[in-house]
Design a protein around this ligand. Structure first.
Ligand SMILES: Cc1cc2nc3c(=O)[nH]c(=O)nc-3n(C[C@H](O)[C@H](O)[C@H](O)COP(=O)(O)OP(=O)(O)OC[C@H]3O[C@@H](n4cnc5c(N)ncnc54)[C@H](O)[C@@H]3O)c2cc1C
Length: 422
């Protein structure tokens, strides 16, 4: 078996196989329709696995964008390690798998009547799955208007901003300065900013003599895979990375190309400002987030919303105090997609919902060729009615290596294949 297939059938696929409830087609009396909103890591997985666990269910996937751009691997694209086309996917593969894909933006919900409202149409459902991802807490940064967003792109949604930063890095003069900011926790992909910093630092070292990278971080130290990133930065980037901790981003000034922290003003030629985050706007619009909160609470066993029956929330938008101690990662969103599919298929058939478990494997490049990794396994504990970390499943790589870098190259295509059926 090729390594890629092995990863696919073990690391990515195990959750699904052990969760799949055995439901015969006859068990579902009449055709049921599940609407899935959001064609990213969580939504794509849920849509595919609903059909896989019970092909009699009608599945409609609603996504506002024409293409899916993968955030994982987008840091590599930013520094020219991989081309953009390798992280860009159409939704065409889903039609052949019995999933109806609709391009629309959802703007409302009538749970009593059982439909979601889009800009282009109205979609009735028996069960609704929402995996809308994240948005940004713009209001925390003074002056962070549309002009500032264009000038200091976050690229925390992969796509055009990934290419914008790539072009800005290419245009940087030798001896120039790049600045990037780390969002406050909790945020999408805890190791992501540090992978990005490592790759930008290596890019500058290789291509822009004398250039520097200022990393502005609200945390007291690197917030994920701490020792592994720190060791790589100490060994490789002491002359490149200027790491400033416990800094709160308070404002921006586009004309001066600067940001303000409590320690003063910092300016740079290229600025990658990644603001603090909250559940995507859709979760607020649909009433899935309580007043004053930032994330959507769910029931740990089924991922059904604690606020609206029949509506399930998965992926980064969930409140980790309710969904479990998993990081906001694509791998976890993929696990959640399988868990929610199994729960809905069982519920529609009047069966017990299987005990869910979740997995996470996350590689981060610390240079153009070397990677580090972390794994985690989590299981629902019925006695506690909460999801807990299984300690035996937690592993951090003993160091960095080019071999892990090659594993990281296989990780992306394996999980995209699981989500899109390609
Ligand atoms: C730079 C970077 C690197 C990363 N690297 C990794 C990694 O190596 N490994 C890993 O596991 N994770 C990684 N992640 C994290 C991963 O990208 C997210 O955890 C994952 O995308 C979450 O999936 P999701 O389904 O919650 O949201 P998304 O994948 O963002 O999907 C949300 C979808 O919902 C759609 N949507 C939102 N609102 C509406 C609406 N109103 N109507 C219709 N559609 C709507 C959006 O267009 C989007 O397609 C990385 C993230 C970043 C930014």
């Amino acid at each position: 078996m090729k390594r890629r297939e092995f990863i696919r059938y073990t690391a990515v696929g195990l959750g699904a196989l052990s969760l799949a409830p055995t439901v015969s087609l006859a068990a579902v009396a009449s055709l049921k329709r599940v609407v899935v909103v959001g064609g990213g890591f969580g939504g794509l997985t849920a849509a595919r696995y609903l059909r896989r666990f019970n092909p009699a269910i009608e599945v409609v996937l609603i996504e506002r964008n024409e293409k899916f751009y993968s955030c994982p691997i987008s840091n590599w694209v930013m520094v020219g390690k991989w081309p953009m086309k390798d992280i860009s996917f159409s939704y065409d593969s889903l039609a052949g798998q019995g999933i109806k894909v609709v391009r629309d933006e959802i703007i409302g919900l009538d749970a009593a009547a059982g439909y979601v409202q889009g800009k282009a149409g109205r979609y009735a459902y028996d069960r609704l799955v929402v995996s809308p991802g994240i948005d940004f807490r713009d209001e925390l940064i003074e002056g962070y208007d549309q002009r500032a967003k264009n000038a200091f792109p976050h690229a925390w949604h992969a796509g055009p901003q990934t290419l914008q930063l790539q072009q800005e890095l290419t245009a940087l003069p030798a001896g120039g300065t790049v600045m990037m900011t780390v969002p406050a926790s909790p945020y999408r992909c805890p190791p992501g900013p540090y992978e990005r910093a490592s790759l930008i630092a290596d890019y500058l070292k290789l291509n822009k003599p004398g250039a520097r990278l200022i990393v502005v971080d609200p945390h007291p130290h690197i917030a994920s895979k701490t020792a592994l990133f720190q060791s790589a930065w100490d060994d490789y980037y002491q002359d490149v990375i200027d790491y400033r901790t416990e800094q709160t981003i308070m404002g921006v000034n586009v004309d001066k190309k600067s940001i303000m922290t409590q320690s003063g003003e910092i300016s740079a030629d290229v600025i990658n400002l990644i603001p603090s985050q909250k559940a995507a706007a859709l979760a607020f619009t649909l009433g899935l987030v309580p007043d004053g909160e930032m994330w959507a609470p769910v029931k740990a066993r089924t991922l059904e919303s604690k606020r609206i029956p029949g509506v399930y929330v998965i992926g980064d938008a969930t409140d980790a105090r309710t969904s479990g101690p998993m990081p906001k990662s694509g791998y976890v969103a993929n696990s959640m997609g399988k868990v929610v599919a199994a729960a809905i298929v069982a519920e529609l058939a009047g069966k017990n919902v299987p005990i869910p478990w979740f997995a996470n494997t996350c590689y981060s490049m610390v240079s153009m060729s070397e990677a580090i990794y972390i794994t985690g396994v989590y299981q629902y504990d019925a006695a506690l009615d909460t999801t807990i970390t299984i300690n035996e499943g937690t592993k951090v790589s003993s160091g960095r290596s080019a071999l892990y870098g090659r594993y990281a190259e296989d990780w992306g295509p394996a999980i995209w294949s699981d989500m899109l059926g390609i």
